[in-house]
Design a protein around this ligand. Structure first.
Ligand code: ADP
Ligand code: MG
Length: 373
C-alpha cells in the first residue's frame, strides 16, 4: 500500500486565532517533521500545504494507478484523516461545485475523482479499433454499519453485501450507471455528492461519520484472431469518516456498547491495518467484522493496488490527531498487496495456451532447422 501524506494550509480561522503551524514537510517531499513532537516520519510522498490539486495527482502516482485499472487491475484510493483535514477536498474538490455540475470545469479545485474520470475517458477515447471499453459507475455510502446507495434516489433503503468466491464482497442491488462519455460520469459524481448531502440532513448524520465509496468499473474487450479477451479493471475512491471517531474507543468492548457514536467500520479498518502491517501470516484478519473492511478486503493485503492519502491539519491545536494519523499511515505502509489482472478464467486459459503454442512452434522451427528439414 502506497501512502502519501497531504498537509492542508492553515485556514483563515486558525490563522485568526493565532494557531501555529506544527508540520514541516522536508524539501525532498519524502519526509515530514511534527515540530513540537520532534518526530520525523517517512512516506512515499509528503505534500506541503502549497501543493495544488493537479500536483497531488502526479505526486500520488494516480495516472499510473488508473492505467493499471484500464489494464484490468483493481485499484483503490482512500482518504484518511480527522474531520476538516482535507479528505473531501482531496478526493472531490469543493463539494458546492461538484454538487452543481460534477466538477469545477478542470480548474484548480477539481479533486482526484473528477480528474481521474477525465484521465480514464481520455484513454478510452484513444483506444484503437480492436479494443472496446465499457465504463460503469456505482456510488455508495456506509453509515452506522448500513450501506446506502447514493445513486438510487432512495436515501433510506439499506442494502446488504454478498460474498462470492470469485468476486469477494460486493453489493448486488447497487444502481450501476453505464457511462459512455465523461459527462455521464461527472453527472454520477454530482448526483452522488448531492444525495450524500441530502441524506445527511434526513438521517441526522453528517459526512464526518460516514464513508463514501465511488467505484468506476472499466471493462475492456479486445478482439484478436476472432477471439475476444476481456479484462475487468476497476478503481474505487473512498472518502473515509473522520478519524477522530476512533479516539473515543480504546477497547473493542466499550466500542460495541457505544455503536451509537463510534464508527465500527473505521475502528475495524484500523485493526485490520494494524494486523496486516504486523505481517503475521497465520493471523486471522477480521475483514468480516465491518461493512467497510468487507468492501475494502481486496484493497488491503489483497490483489488490488492501493493508495492511502492521509490528510493532516498543520495546526498546533490538532497536533495529537495529526500524530495519530501519521502513526496510522505508517502502519498502512507496511501492508503488501499482490496485484493481479482480473480476467475471464476461460479467456485467460486460451491466452496462456496460445502463448504456449507460439513457443512450441518456435521450438519446433529451431529443431527442424537443426535437423536440416
Ligand atoms: P474533511 O473532508 O477531511 O472533513 P474538507 O476536505 O471538507 O475536510 O476540508 C475542510 C476545509 O478545508 C474545506 O473548507 C476545504 O475547502 C478546506 N481545504 C482542505 N484542504 C485544502 C487545501 N489543500 N487547500 C485549500 N483548502 C483546503
Ligand atoms: Mg469530508
Amino acid at each position: 500500500v502506497k501512502v502519501v501524506v497531504r498537509v492542508r494550509p492553515l485556514s483563515n480561522g486558525e490563522l485568526g486565532r493565532g494557531e501555529r503551524n506544527t508540520v514541516e514537510v522536508a524539501d525532498d517531499q519524502r519526509s515530514l517533521t511534527v515540530v513540537d513532537g520532534m518526530r520525523q516520519f517517512n512516506f512515499d510522498a509528503c505534500l506541503s500545504p502549497d501543493t495544488s490539486q493537479p500536483e497531488v495527482m502526479i505526486k500520488c502516482g494516480v495516472p499510473r494507478l488508473l492505467d493499471s485499472a484500464l489494464h484490468g487491475y483493481a485499484a483503490t484510493i482512500f482518504a484518511y484523516g480527522q474531520t476538516g483535514s482535507g479528505k473531501t477536498f482531496s478526493m472531490s474538490g469543493r463539494e458546492e461545485l461538484i454538487e452543481r455540475q460534477g466538477w469545477a470545469g478542470g480548474g484548480g479545485d477539481d479533486g482526484i475523482m473528477t480528474r481521474s474520470l477525465a484521465h480514464i475517458f481520455a484513454a478510452v477515447n484513444r483506444a484503437g479499433p480492436g479494443v472496446k471499453f465499457r465504463v460503469k459507475c456505482t456510488y455508495l455510502e456506509i453509515y452506522n454499519e448500513a450501506i446506502y446507495d447514493l445513486l438510487s434516489g432512495d436515501n433510506e433503503r439499506q442494502l446488504t453485501e454478498r460474498w462470492e468466491p470469485q468476486r469477494g464482497f460486493y453489493v448486488p442491488d447497487l444502481v450501476t450507471v453505464d457511462c459512455s462519455c465523461l459527462d455521464d460520469a461527472l453527472a454520477v459524481v454530482a448526483r452522488g455528492t448531492r444525495n450524500r448531502r441530502v441524506g445527511s440532513h434526513e438521517l441526522n448524520k453528517d459526512s464526518s461519520r460516514s464513508h463514501s465509496m465511488m467505484t468506476v468499473h472499466v471493462e475492456s474487450h479486445a478482439s484478436r484472431d476472432g477471439v475476444t479477451m476481456s479484462k475487468f479493471g476497476k478503481v474505487s475512491f473512498v472518502d473515509l469518516a473522520g478519524s477522530e471517531r476512533l479516539k473515543s474507543s480504546k477497547s473493542e468492548g466499550s466500542m460495541v456498547k457505544e455503536t451509537g457514536n463510534i464508527n465500527r467500520s473505521l475502528f475495524m479498518l484500523g485493526k485490520v491495518i494494524a494486523m496486516l502491517s504486523d505481517g503475521e501470516k497465520n493471523n486471522h484478519i477480521p475483514y468480516r467484522d465491518s461493512k467497510l473492511t468487507k468492501l475494502l478486503m481486496d484493497s488491503l493485503g489483497g490483489s488490488s493496488l492501493a493508495l492511502m492519502i492521509a490528510c493532516c491539519s498543520p495546526s498546533s491545536n490538532h497536533m495529537e490527531e495529526t500524530l495519530s494519523t501519521l502513526h496510522y499511515a505508517t502502519r498502512a505502509r507496511n501492508i503488501i498487496n499482490r496485484p493481479s489482472v482480473m480476467q475471464d478464467p476461460t479467456q485467460a486459459l486460451i491466452s496462456n495456451l496460445r502463448h504456449e503454442v507460439e513457443l512450441l512452434k518456435k521450438e519446433n522451427a529451431v529443431l527442424r532447422g537443426q535437423l536440416g528439414l
